[in-house]
Ligand binder design. Structure first.
Ligand code: SAM
Ligand code: SF4
Length: 375
Protein backbone atom coordinates (compact mmCIF):
# COMPACT_ATOMS: atom_id res chain seq x y z
CA UNK A 1 0.00 0.00 0.00
CA UNK A 2 1.19 3.52 -0.85
CA UNK A 3 2.32 5.70 2.03
CA UNK A 4 0.51 9.00 2.55
CA UNK A 5 3.55 10.99 1.44
CA UNK A 6 3.72 8.94 -1.75
CA UNK A 7 0.07 9.67 -2.42
CA UNK A 8 0.38 13.43 -2.16
CA UNK A 9 3.45 13.56 -4.42
CA UNK A 10 1.40 12.14 -7.31
CA UNK A 11 -0.15 14.11 -10.15
CA UNK A 12 -2.96 11.63 -10.83
CA UNK A 13 -5.27 10.50 -8.03
CA UNK A 14 -7.69 7.60 -7.70
CA UNK A 15 -10.96 7.97 -5.76
CA UNK A 16 -9.33 5.93 -2.97
CA UNK A 17 -6.32 8.29 -2.84
CA UNK A 18 -8.67 11.26 -2.55
CA UNK A 19 -10.67 9.61 0.22
CA UNK A 20 -7.44 9.11 2.17
CA UNK A 21 -6.54 12.76 1.64
CA UNK A 22 -9.98 13.91 2.81
CA UNK A 23 -9.75 11.69 5.87
CA UNK A 24 -6.19 12.77 6.76
CA UNK A 25 -5.55 13.89 10.30
CA UNK A 26 -2.57 14.65 12.52
CA UNK A 27 0.77 14.60 10.63
CA UNK A 28 -0.88 13.49 7.38
CA UNK A 29 -3.20 16.49 7.43
CA UNK A 30 -0.20 18.78 7.92
CA UNK A 31 1.67 17.06 5.06
CA UNK A 32 -1.32 17.56 2.78
CA UNK A 33 -1.53 21.27 3.58
CA UNK A 34 2.23 21.81 3.20
CA UNK A 35 2.26 20.04 -0.17
CA UNK A 36 -0.76 22.00 -1.45
CA UNK A 37 0.86 25.29 -0.42
CA UNK A 38 4.06 24.27 -2.19
CA UNK A 39 2.30 23.22 -5.41
CA UNK A 40 0.27 26.43 -5.45
CA UNK A 41 3.37 28.62 -5.09
CA UNK A 42 5.24 26.66 -7.76
CA UNK A 43 2.38 26.66 -10.25
CA UNK A 44 0.46 29.92 -9.92
CA UNK A 45 2.48 31.89 -7.38
CA UNK A 46 1.49 33.60 -4.19
CA UNK A 47 -0.96 36.21 -5.38
CA UNK A 48 -4.54 36.52 -4.21
CA UNK A 49 -7.07 38.17 -6.52
CA UNK A 50 -10.05 40.21 -5.39
CA UNK A 51 -13.53 39.82 -6.85
CA UNK A 52 -15.87 42.39 -5.33
CA UNK A 53 -19.12 40.50 -4.71
CA UNK A 54 -22.35 42.34 -5.54
CA UNK A 55 -25.47 40.36 -4.57
CA UNK A 56 -27.69 42.53 -6.71
CA UNK A 57 -31.02 40.72 -6.27
CA UNK A 58 -32.46 37.99 -4.04
CA UNK A 59 -35.48 37.37 -6.24
CA UNK A 60 -35.35 33.73 -7.28
CA UNK A 61 -37.63 31.44 -9.25
CA UNK A 62 -36.09 28.34 -7.70
CA UNK A 63 -36.62 26.49 -4.49
CA UNK A 64 -33.34 24.70 -3.69
CA UNK A 65 -33.95 22.88 -0.42
CA UNK A 66 -30.81 24.26 1.28
CA UNK A 67 -30.95 27.95 0.40
CA UNK A 68 -32.22 30.71 2.69
CA UNK A 69 -33.43 32.88 -0.20
CA UNK A 70 -35.37 30.11 -1.93
CA UNK A 71 -38.61 31.21 -3.52
CA UNK A 72 -40.84 29.70 -0.83
CA UNK A 73 -39.16 31.48 2.08
CA UNK A 74 -41.74 34.18 2.70
CA UNK A 75 -39.78 35.70 5.57
CA UNK A 76 -37.28 37.17 3.11
CA UNK A 77 -37.92 40.72 1.95
CA UNK A 78 -37.22 40.63 -1.77
CA UNK A 79 -35.02 43.33 -3.29
CA UNK A 80 -33.43 44.39 -6.49
CA UNK A 81 -30.55 46.86 -6.22
CA UNK A 82 -30.87 49.82 -8.57
CA UNK A 83 -28.49 50.32 -11.48
CA UNK A 84 -27.00 53.30 -9.64
CA UNK A 85 -26.31 51.21 -6.52
CA UNK A 86 -24.71 48.43 -8.55
CA UNK A 87 -22.60 50.83 -10.57
CA UNK A 88 -21.50 52.64 -7.39
CA UNK A 89 -20.27 49.32 -5.99
CA UNK A 90 -18.43 48.65 -9.27
CA UNK A 91 -16.88 52.10 -9.20
CA UNK A 92 -15.73 51.45 -5.65
CA UNK A 93 -14.12 48.19 -6.79
CA UNK A 94 -12.43 49.87 -9.73
CA UNK A 95 -11.16 52.85 -7.73
CA UNK A 96 -9.87 50.55 -5.02
CA UNK A 97 -7.98 48.47 -7.59
CA UNK A 98 -9.98 45.28 -7.06
CA UNK A 99 -9.52 44.17 -10.67
CA UNK A 100 -12.87 42.36 -10.92
CA UNK A 101 -16.41 42.12 -9.62
CA UNK A 102 -18.87 39.23 -9.36
CA UNK A 103 -22.53 39.96 -10.09
CA UNK A 104 -24.59 37.37 -8.23
CA UNK A 105 -28.34 36.95 -7.86
CA UNK A 106 -31.23 34.58 -7.52
CA UNK A 107 -32.13 32.77 -10.71
CA UNK A 108 -34.51 34.43 -13.14
CA UNK A 109 -34.65 33.99 -16.89
CA UNK A 110 -37.29 36.49 -17.98
CA UNK A 111 -36.40 38.72 -20.96
CA UNK A 112 -36.43 41.70 -18.58
CA UNK A 113 -33.82 40.08 -16.32
CA UNK A 114 -31.65 39.03 -19.26
CA UNK A 115 -31.77 42.56 -20.71
CA UNK A 116 -31.01 44.11 -17.35
CA UNK A 117 -27.87 42.04 -16.79
CA UNK A 118 -26.82 42.78 -20.35
CA UNK A 119 -27.22 46.50 -19.85
CA UNK A 120 -25.34 46.39 -16.53
CA UNK A 121 -22.43 44.61 -18.18
CA UNK A 122 -22.16 47.31 -20.82
CA UNK A 123 -22.38 50.08 -18.22
CA UNK A 124 -19.71 48.47 -16.04
CA UNK A 125 -17.34 48.19 -18.98
CA UNK A 126 -18.00 51.80 -19.86
CA UNK A 127 -17.47 53.23 -16.39
CA UNK A 128 -14.16 51.40 -15.99
CA UNK A 129 -12.80 51.88 -19.54
CA UNK A 130 -13.08 48.14 -19.94
CA UNK A 131 -10.67 47.60 -17.03
CA UNK A 132 -12.95 45.91 -14.52
CA UNK A 133 -13.24 42.16 -15.10
CA UNK A 134 -16.78 40.78 -14.60
CA UNK A 135 -17.79 37.33 -13.37
CA UNK A 136 -21.46 36.39 -13.43
CA UNK A 137 -23.26 34.04 -11.07
CA UNK A 138 -26.91 34.18 -12.12
CA UNK A 139 -27.79 30.51 -12.40
CA UNK A 140 -28.96 28.39 -15.33
CA UNK A 141 -29.72 30.25 -18.54
CA UNK A 142 -30.11 29.38 -22.21
CA UNK A 143 -26.97 29.18 -24.33
CA UNK A 144 -28.19 32.25 -26.24
CA UNK A 145 -28.31 34.24 -23.01
CA UNK A 146 -24.86 33.03 -21.98
CA UNK A 147 -23.50 34.07 -25.41
CA UNK A 148 -25.17 37.46 -25.26
CA UNK A 149 -23.73 38.22 -21.79
CA UNK A 150 -20.31 37.01 -22.90
CA UNK A 151 -20.40 39.42 -25.85
CA UNK A 152 -21.45 42.26 -23.55
CA UNK A 153 -18.40 41.85 -21.35
CA UNK A 154 -18.71 38.98 -18.85
CA UNK A 155 -15.80 36.58 -19.17
CA UNK A 156 -16.13 34.29 -16.14
CA UNK A 157 -19.20 32.43 -14.87
CA UNK A 158 -19.80 30.59 -11.61
CA UNK A 159 -22.36 27.81 -11.51
CA UNK A 160 -21.90 25.24 -8.79
CA UNK A 161 -22.94 21.69 -9.54
CA UNK A 162 -23.71 21.52 -5.76
CA UNK A 163 -23.13 17.74 -5.87
CA UNK A 164 -21.88 15.66 -8.78
CA UNK A 165 -23.85 12.67 -7.51
CA UNK A 166 -27.20 12.86 -9.35
CA UNK A 167 -29.02 11.05 -6.52
CA UNK A 168 -27.74 13.43 -3.90
CA UNK A 169 -28.48 16.37 -6.22
CA UNK A 170 -32.08 15.20 -6.41
CA UNK A 171 -32.33 14.87 -2.62
CA UNK A 172 -31.36 18.51 -2.10
CA UNK A 173 -33.65 19.89 -4.79
CA UNK A 174 -37.39 19.71 -5.44
CA UNK A 175 -38.38 17.16 -8.03
CA UNK A 176 -39.42 19.21 -11.03
CA UNK A 177 -38.07 20.43 -14.34
CA UNK A 178 -36.58 23.60 -12.88
CA UNK A 179 -34.23 21.57 -10.69
CA UNK A 180 -32.84 18.79 -12.85
CA UNK A 181 -29.28 17.51 -12.60
CA UNK A 182 -28.96 17.04 -16.35
CA UNK A 183 -30.08 20.62 -16.92
CA UNK A 184 -27.39 21.86 -14.57
CA UNK A 185 -24.78 19.80 -16.35
CA UNK A 186 -25.92 21.06 -19.73
CA UNK A 187 -25.68 24.65 -18.48
CA UNK A 188 -22.05 24.03 -17.50
CA UNK A 189 -21.33 22.60 -20.95
CA UNK A 190 -23.07 25.58 -22.60
CA UNK A 191 -20.91 27.94 -20.59
CA UNK A 192 -17.78 26.21 -21.80
CA UNK A 193 -19.05 26.30 -25.37
CA UNK A 194 -19.70 30.05 -24.96
CA UNK A 195 -16.04 30.62 -24.16
CA UNK A 196 -16.31 31.61 -20.50
CA UNK A 197 -13.79 30.76 -17.87
CA UNK A 198 -16.07 28.33 -16.12
CA UNK A 199 -16.29 27.90 -12.37
CA UNK A 200 -18.24 25.30 -10.48
CA UNK A 201 -18.24 23.87 -6.97
CA UNK A 202 -20.08 21.97 -4.29
CA UNK A 203 -21.31 22.36 -0.76
CA UNK A 204 -19.31 20.32 1.73
CA UNK A 205 -20.84 18.45 4.64
CA UNK A 206 -24.43 18.28 3.44
CA UNK A 207 -26.86 15.78 4.91
CA UNK A 208 -26.64 12.40 3.09
CA UNK A 209 -23.23 13.30 1.57
CA UNK A 210 -20.39 10.79 1.97
CA UNK A 211 -16.61 11.20 1.74
CA UNK A 212 -16.76 9.15 -1.46
CA UNK A 213 -19.22 11.68 -2.90
CA UNK A 214 -16.73 14.46 -2.18
CA UNK A 215 -13.82 12.52 -3.70
CA UNK A 216 -15.96 12.03 -6.81
CA UNK A 217 -16.82 15.74 -6.84
CA UNK A 218 -13.10 16.51 -7.11
CA UNK A 219 -12.75 14.06 -9.99
CA UNK A 220 -15.83 15.58 -11.61
CA UNK A 221 -14.14 19.02 -11.63
CA UNK A 222 -11.13 17.45 -13.30
CA UNK A 223 -13.21 15.55 -15.83
CA UNK A 224 -15.23 18.63 -16.75
CA UNK A 225 -11.89 20.45 -17.02
CA UNK A 226 -13.16 23.56 -15.23
CA UNK A 227 -11.09 26.71 -14.83
CA UNK A 228 -12.23 27.77 -11.38
CA UNK A 229 -13.80 26.22 -8.30
CA UNK A 230 -15.62 27.82 -5.38
CA UNK A 231 -16.68 25.40 -2.69
CA UNK A 232 -17.44 25.84 0.97
CA UNK A 233 -19.13 24.21 3.91
CA UNK A 234 -22.87 23.66 3.80
CA UNK A 235 -24.45 25.66 6.61
CA UNK A 236 -28.00 25.03 7.70
CA UNK A 237 -30.76 27.64 7.54
CA UNK A 238 -33.82 27.37 9.73
CA UNK A 239 -36.29 28.39 7.04
CA UNK A 240 -35.32 25.65 4.59
CA UNK A 241 -36.60 22.07 4.19
CA UNK A 242 -33.12 20.57 4.73
CA UNK A 243 -33.09 21.97 8.26
CA UNK A 244 -34.98 18.92 9.55
CA UNK A 245 -31.92 16.82 8.75
CA UNK A 246 -29.55 18.89 10.85
CA UNK A 247 -29.06 15.97 13.26
CA UNK A 248 -27.27 14.17 10.41
CA UNK A 249 -24.66 16.89 10.03
CA UNK A 250 -21.05 16.82 11.13
CA UNK A 251 -20.15 19.61 13.56
CA UNK A 252 -19.47 22.96 11.89
CA UNK A 253 -15.80 22.65 12.81
CA UNK A 254 -15.62 19.25 11.09
CA UNK A 255 -17.30 20.64 7.99
CA UNK A 256 -14.83 23.50 8.02
CA UNK A 257 -11.87 21.14 8.29
CA UNK A 258 -13.23 18.97 5.50
CA UNK A 259 -13.61 22.06 3.31
CA UNK A 260 -9.93 22.95 3.87
CA UNK A 261 -8.92 19.40 2.91
CA UNK A 262 -11.09 19.64 -0.23
CA UNK A 263 -9.27 22.85 -1.21
CA UNK A 264 -5.81 21.38 -0.57
CA UNK A 265 -6.63 18.13 -2.40
CA UNK A 266 -8.04 20.03 -5.37
CA UNK A 267 -4.90 22.14 -5.60
CA UNK A 268 -2.90 18.91 -5.99
CA UNK A 269 -5.37 17.49 -8.51
CA UNK A 270 -5.71 20.67 -10.62
CA UNK A 271 -2.64 22.81 -9.88
CA UNK A 272 -3.30 25.67 -12.35
CA UNK A 273 -6.98 26.50 -11.68
CA UNK A 274 -8.34 29.39 -9.63
CA UNK A 275 -9.81 28.33 -6.29
CA UNK A 276 -11.95 30.74 -4.28
CA UNK A 277 -11.83 30.96 -0.50
CA UNK A 278 -15.60 30.69 0.08
CA UNK A 279 -17.41 33.17 2.31
CA UNK A 280 -19.09 30.27 4.14
CA UNK A 281 -15.67 29.39 5.62
CA UNK A 282 -15.70 32.74 7.39
CA UNK A 283 -19.15 32.03 8.83
CA UNK A 284 -17.59 29.19 10.83
CA UNK A 285 -14.12 30.58 11.55
CA UNK A 286 -13.45 34.35 11.37
CA UNK A 287 -10.05 33.59 9.77
CA UNK A 288 -11.49 30.79 7.63
CA UNK A 289 -10.89 32.32 4.22
CA UNK A 290 -7.29 33.23 5.03
CA UNK A 291 -6.68 29.64 6.17
CA UNK A 292 -7.93 28.44 2.78
CA UNK A 293 -5.70 30.96 0.97
CA UNK A 294 -2.67 29.63 2.80
CA UNK A 295 -3.27 26.03 1.77
CA UNK A 296 -4.34 26.35 -1.84
CA UNK A 297 -6.99 28.98 -2.64
CA UNK A 298 -6.04 32.14 -4.59
CA UNK A 299 -9.25 34.16 -4.97
CA UNK A 300 -11.31 36.03 -2.39
CA UNK A 301 -14.64 37.79 -2.82
CA UNK A 302 -15.00 40.82 -0.51
CA UNK A 303 -18.64 41.71 -0.13
CA UNK A 304 -19.59 44.98 -1.83
CA UNK A 305 -23.35 44.48 -1.63
CA UNK A 306 -25.02 47.66 -0.31
CA UNK A 307 -25.32 47.08 3.45
CA UNK A 308 -29.11 47.50 3.62
CA UNK A 309 -29.59 44.49 1.37
CA UNK A 310 -27.16 42.08 3.02
CA UNK A 311 -29.51 40.84 5.71
CA UNK A 312 -31.92 39.79 2.95
CA UNK A 313 -29.26 37.69 1.21
CA UNK A 314 -28.86 35.20 4.03
CA UNK A 315 -28.20 31.90 2.31
CA UNK A 316 -27.36 30.28 5.63
CA UNK A 317 -27.18 31.19 9.31
CA UNK A 318 -24.34 33.41 10.61
CA UNK A 319 -23.39 34.79 7.20
CA UNK A 320 -20.54 37.22 8.02
CA UNK A 321 -19.96 40.93 7.37
CA UNK A 322 -23.65 41.80 7.50
CA UNK A 323 -23.16 45.22 8.97
CA UNK A 324 -19.70 46.19 7.86
CA UNK A 325 -19.42 48.64 5.04
CA UNK A 326 -17.34 47.79 2.03
CA UNK A 327 -14.38 49.93 3.03
CA UNK A 328 -14.08 48.28 6.46
CA UNK A 329 -14.22 44.86 4.92
CA UNK A 330 -11.43 45.77 2.54
CA UNK A 331 -9.13 47.02 5.29
CA UNK A 332 -9.60 44.01 7.51
CA UNK A 333 -9.03 41.74 4.53
CA UNK A 334 -5.80 43.42 3.55
CA UNK A 335 -4.22 42.82 6.93
CA UNK A 336 -5.45 39.25 7.13
CA UNK A 337 -4.24 38.26 3.69
CA UNK A 338 -0.80 39.58 4.62
CA UNK A 339 -0.87 37.38 7.73
CA UNK A 340 -1.64 34.36 5.54
CA UNK A 341 1.64 35.11 3.76
CA UNK A 342 -0.02 36.06 0.46
CA UNK A 343 0.24 39.14 -1.70
CA UNK A 344 -2.75 40.96 -3.25
CA UNK A 345 -2.84 41.19 -7.05
CA UNK A 346 -4.20 44.76 -7.15
CA UNK A 347 -5.68 45.90 -10.44
CA UNK A 348 -5.27 42.45 -11.95
CA UNK A 349 -8.01 40.27 -13.40
CA UNK A 350 -6.16 37.24 -12.12
CA UNK A 351 -7.53 34.99 -14.84
CA UNK A 352 -7.33 31.25 -14.48
CA UNK A 353 -4.03 29.94 -15.84
CA UNK A 354 -5.87 26.75 -16.62
CA UNK A 355 -8.16 28.54 -19.07
CA UNK A 356 -5.15 29.95 -20.89
CA UNK A 357 -3.49 26.54 -20.99
CA UNK A 358 -6.58 24.75 -22.28
CA UNK A 359 -7.28 27.37 -24.94
CA UNK A 360 -3.68 27.22 -26.16
CA UNK A 361 -3.93 23.43 -26.34
CA UNK A 362 -7.22 23.65 -28.30
CA UNK A 363 -5.92 26.22 -30.77
CA UNK A 364 -2.23 27.20 -30.60
CA UNK A 365 -2.69 30.16 -32.99
CA UNK A 366 -5.58 31.73 -31.10
CA UNK A 367 -5.33 35.16 -29.49
CA UNK A 368 -6.58 35.86 -25.95
CA UNK A 369 -8.83 38.45 -24.47
CA UNK A 370 -6.24 39.99 -22.23
CA UNK A 371 -6.64 42.56 -19.53
CA UNK A 372 -6.51 46.16 -20.79
CA UNK A 373 -3.75 48.37 -19.39
CA UNK A 374 -4.94 49.93 -16.15
CA UNK A 375 -4.98 53.59 -15.14
N1 SAM B 1 -28.75 31.57 -7.84
C1 SAM B 1 -27.45 31.31 -8.33
C2 SAM B 1 -27.12 29.83 -8.25
O1 SAM B 1 -27.78 29.11 -7.51
O2 SAM B 1 -26.16 29.42 -8.93
C3 SAM B 1 -26.36 32.10 -7.64
C4 SAM B 1 -26.61 32.46 -6.21
S1 SAM B 1 -26.64 31.06 -5.09
C5 SAM B 1 -27.20 31.83 -3.61
C6 SAM B 1 -24.90 30.82 -4.82
C7 SAM B 1 -24.50 29.58 -4.06
O3 SAM B 1 -24.88 29.69 -2.69
C8 SAM B 1 -25.10 28.28 -4.48
O4 SAM B 1 -24.44 27.75 -5.60
C9 SAM B 1 -24.95 27.41 -3.23
O5 SAM B 1 -23.85 26.51 -3.34
C10 SAM B 1 -24.66 28.43 -2.11
N2 SAM B 1 -25.56 28.18 -0.98
C11 SAM B 1 -26.89 28.27 -0.95
N3 SAM B 1 -27.37 27.86 0.24
C12 SAM B 1 -26.30 27.50 1.00
C13 SAM B 1 -26.14 26.97 2.31
N4 SAM B 1 -27.19 26.73 3.09
N5 SAM B 1 -24.88 26.71 2.74
C14 SAM B 1 -23.81 26.97 1.96
N6 SAM B 1 -23.90 27.46 0.71
C15 SAM B 1 -25.13 27.71 0.22
FE1 SF4 C 1 -32.13 30.44 -5.96
FE2 SF4 C 1 -29.47 30.04 -6.21
FE3 SF4 C 1 -30.69 29.90 -3.80
FE4 SF4 C 1 -31.16 27.97 -5.59
S1 SF4 C 1 -29.17 28.48 -4.61
S2 SF4 C 1 -32.71 29.02 -4.35
S3 SF4 C 1 -31.12 29.15 -7.50
S4 SF4 C 1 -30.48 31.69 -5.09
Amino acid sequence: MKSFSEIIQQTEFSPEDLVRMLEADGDDRTLLFVQAEKVKKQTIGNKVYFRGLIEFSNICAKDCLYCGIRRSNEKVVRYEATDAEILDACRFAWQNRFGSVVLQSGELSSPTFVRRVDSLLKQIKELSNGELGVTLSCGEQSIETYRQWRESGAHRYLLRIESSNPELYQKIHPENDLHRFDRRLQALRDLKASDYQVGTGVMIGMPFQTIEDLANDLLFFKQLDVDMVGMGPYIEHEETPLYVYRHLLKSKQERFDLALKMVASLRLLMPDINIAAATALQAIDPAGREKALKIGANVIMPNLTPCDYRKEYQLYEDKPCLDEDAELCRNCLEARIGLAGCEIGYNEWGDSKHYEHRKRAEDPGRGFQSQPQSK
